[in-house]
Write a protein that binds this ligand. Structure first.
Ligand code: NAD
Length: 481
C-alpha cells in the first residue's frame, strides 16, 4: 500500500473528508508511490473555520514571535535538508544535486528572508505642510490562499507562504497535486517549529476541485497563485468579481539574446543552464535563443555539442544533469511540440526524442535535451510555452529587429541579454517587455527585488517589500494640526 499524504488542518493531520485519493508518481521510475488526498470544498471549509479561530490570537502575535517561528522553520528545513532533497527529487524527477543545492536551500532561505524582512518592514508618512500629517498603517488581510505549481514545489510554495505568514495572515495553502510531498513534510516541520494550530493549513488535491474551492471561498480574501496563464485567467474570472486581491505569477516564453561581442564561454555555460536546468521546466528558462548572425554557426555547433553531452539519467545519481520530466502527460506534451516544430519546418540540431534509461529508471519519463533551428520567430513553436528541455535558435542582424521578435510573444516574464556593450545593454533592458531582465547572467536572484511578469505572464509582483505589501492592507490615518 502506497504511503498516504494527509491534509494539515488546525495543526492536525486529516484524511480528506471525501476519502478519495489520487496517485502520486515518481516520474523517474514511472510508478505511483504515494497517494494524495483529493480534497474538496468541505475540507476547505474546515480549514477556513480553523483559520478563523486561529486568527483571533495570531493577529495579536508580535512581529518578533512570528519572525521566530519562520526562522525556526528555516532551521528545521536546513537540518533535514537531505530528507527534503530526496523527497523533492523522487516527486519531480529533478537531479538530486539540484534539490540539494537549489530547491531546498532556497525554501529555507524564503522563510529566513521573510522572517527577517518583517522586522524591518515600515510604512510611509506624508506630511501636509502646515496642515497635518498622514501615516499609513499596514494590517494583515486575514485568511489568504496560496496555490503553487509542480516545477519548483517547496521553493515556490514557501515563496508565498513565508511572506503571507510574516505579514500576520492565516494561510490556506495548496501545493500541486503532482508534487505534494515536500509540502506535506513542511506541515510536520511547521508543527515542530511552534506554528499555532490553524495558522498554516495545507490542503491537497486537484486544481479544478480544491483549488477552485479556495478561490471561491468568500472568507479567503486574497489569492497568491503561481502556475499556467490559462489557469490564472480562470482564477481571475472567479476572484475578480469577488473583489479579492490577486497576485498571479504565470507562464513565460523568455528570450535569451546573444550578441557577437559577448563573453562566449560564460554565455555558453550559462545558456546550457538557462535552457535545460530542471529539464527546462522553469518559468524563467530562456527557451528562445536569439543569436547575432556573426556568431550563429559557432554557437550552433558548440551549443549542440555540449547539450548532446549533458548527462541525462537517474536523478538520484549525483552526476546527472538532466533528470526526468515531471509526468507522462507532460512528456507527451513536450514531444508533441517537437513534432509541431518539424511540421513548421524546424531542423533538430540535437535531441528531439524520449530517452530510455537503463536500470531502475527504464520506465521513467526522460527526454533528450533538444535544440531546434530554422523556424520563423512567429510560428507556434516560437510563440507558445513548451516548458520542457526544448529551445530554438533564431538569428538576428539588428538590435531593433531582435527587440521586435523578442517582444512578439504574449508573455513577458524574463529576458537575458549577452553583450559587453554597456550602452546597448541598458537600451535593451529598457525596451524588452519583461518583468525581469538579466544582463550577462541568468536566474541570479536577490530576494529583495520585485519578481513577476508583464502581459500574460502575470499580475502583480512577489519578493521583498512587494510581497509584504501584497499580503497587507494599507490604511491611511490623517491628523490635522
Ligand atoms: P497549473 O496552472 O496547471 O497549476 C498550478 C496550480 O494551480 C496547481 O496547484 C493546480 O492544482 C492549481 N489549479 C489548477 N486549476 C485550478 C483552478 N481552476 N483553480 C485553482 N487552482 C487551480 O500549472 P502547472 O502545470 O502546475 O505549472 C506549470 C506552469 O506554471 C507553467 O506555465 C509555468 O510557466 C508556470 N510557472 C510560473 C512561474 C512564475 O513565477 N511566473 C513559476 C513557476 C511556474
Amino acid at each position: 500500500m502506497a504511503k498516504l499524504i494527509k491534509n494539515f488542518i488546525n495543526g492536525t493531520f486529516y484524511e480528506p473528508l471525501t476519502k478519495e485519493y489520487i496517485k502520486n508518481f515518481n516520474p523517474a521510475i514511472g510508478e505511483a508511490y504515494m497517494q494524495v488526498p483529493s480534497s474538496a470544498a468541505d475540507d476547505i471549509e474546515m480549514a477556513v473555520r480553523a483559520a478563523q479561530r486561529a486568527w483571533v490570537s495570531w493577529s495579536k502575535f508580535s512581529i518578533e514571535k512570528r519572525a521566530r517561528i519562520l526562522i525556526r522553520i528555516a532551521d528545521l528545513i536546513e537540518q533535514n535538508l537531505e530528507e527534503f532533497a530526496i523527497a523533492e527529487t523522487e516527486d519531480t524527477g529533478k537531479p538530486i544535486t539540484l534539490s540539494r543545492t537549489v530547491d531546498i536551500p532556497r525554501s529555507a532561505a524564503n522563510f529566513r528572508f521573510f522572517g527577517t524582512a518583517i522586522r524591518h518592514f515600515a510604512s510611509e508618512s506624508h506630511a501636509m505642510e502646515g496642515q497635518g500629517i498622514n501615516y499609513t498603517l499596514r494590517k494583515p488581510i486575514g485568511i489568504v490562499g496560496c496555490i503553487s505549481p509542480w516545477n519548483l514545489p517547496l521553493y515556490l510554495f514557501s515563496w508565498k507562504i513565508a511572506p503571507a505568514l510574516a505579514a500576520g495572515n492565516c494561510v490556506i495553502g495548496k501545493p500541486s497535486e503532482v508534487t505534494p510531498r515536500t509540502a506535506f513534510m513542511l506541515s510536520e516541520i511547521a508543527k515542530e517549529a511552534g506554528m499555532p494550530n490553524g495558522v498554516l493549513n495545507i490542503v491537497h488535491g486537484l486544481g479544478p476541485k480544491v483549488g477552485k474551492a479556495i478561490v471561491e471561498h468568500p472568507e479567503i480574501k486574497a489569492i497568491s497563485f503561481t502556475g499556467g496563464s490559462q489557469t490564472g485567467v480562470e482564477i481571475a474570472k472567479k476572484a475578480g468579481p469577488m473583489l479579492k486581491k490577486m497576485s498571479l505569477e504565470l507562464g513565460g516564453k523568455n528570450p535569451n539574446i546573444i550578441f557577437a561581442d559577448c563573453d562566449f564561454d560564460k554565455m555558453l555555460s550559462t545558456t546550457l543552464r538557462s535552457s535545460f536546468r530542471n529539464q527546462g521546466q522553469i518559468c524563467l528558462c530562456g527557451s528562445r535563443i536569439f543569436v547575432e548572425r556573426p556568431l550563429l554557426e559557432r554557437f550552433k555547433t558548440e551549443f549542440a555539442a555540449k547539450a548532446y553531452m549533458m548527462k541525462v539519467g537517474d536523478p538520484m545519481d549525483k552526476e546527472t544533469v538532466i533528470g526526468s520530466l515531471v509526468s507522462e502527460n507532460h512528456l507527451n506534451k513536450v514531444l508533441h511540440y517537437v513534432e509541431l516544430a518539424k511540421e513548421e519546418g524546424g531542423t533538430i540540431l540535437t535531441g528531439g526524442k524520449q530517452m530510455r534509461i537503463k536500470g531502475r529508471c527504464s520506465r521513467g519519463w526522460f527526454m533528450e535535451p533538444t535544440i531546434i533551428a530554422d523556424l520563423p520567430y512567429d510560428c507556434r513553436t516560437n510563440q507558445e510555452e513548451i516548458f520542457g528541455p526544448v529551445v530554438t535558435i533564431i538569428p538576428f542582424d539588428e538590435e531593433a529587429e531582435v527587440i521586435q521578435m523578442a517582444n512578439s510573444v504574449e508573455y513577458g516574464l524574463s529576458a537575458s541579454v549577452w553583450t559587453q556593450n554597456l550602452t546597448r545593454a541598458h537600451k535593451m533592458a529598457e525596451q524588452l517587455e519583461a518583468g525581469i531582465v538579466w544582463i550577462n547572467t541568468w536566474m541570479m536572484r536577490d530576494l529583495r527585488t520585485p519578481f513577476g511578469g508583464v502581459k500574460n505572464s502575470g499580475l502583480g509582483r512577489e519578493g521583498g517589500w512587494e510581497a509584504l505589501r501584497f499580503f497587507t492592507e494599507p490604511k491611511n490615518v490623517c491628523i490635522a494640526y
